[in-house]
Ligand binder design. Sequence first.
Ligand SMILES: [Zn+2]
Length: 117
Amino acid sequence: MDKIKNNLITEKEQLLTEIKKIAIFVNGDFEAKETNSNTDEVLDNADQGAEQANLINNRAILVELETRLNNIDDALTRVESGVYGECTKCGEDISEKRLLANQAAALCMKCSGIDLD
Ligand SMILES: [Zn+2]
């Protein structure tokens, strides 16, 4: 179980590193920032468009990363309470295959509506 916990913590750190590349921490929350390098230069309209697109793109990435981060935190909580690997909906064991693909999985295949085989 310690190994799983370590894996989750490692993934959490990686996510935070990714988040910090595209966001700043403001008022207790992450906010997406522009990641184009030439922000000090005078921009023509095309560049401004690109900056805008960059920011919108980073916001979308941030939402995904934060969702993933929340899932990891939830999984860590389940490790602490000894229920990691059990489906939070039906209580069945989540298959090893699924946990390998997504170690933060909270639902079994059936409950998550995934029908792989
Ligand atoms: Zn289930």
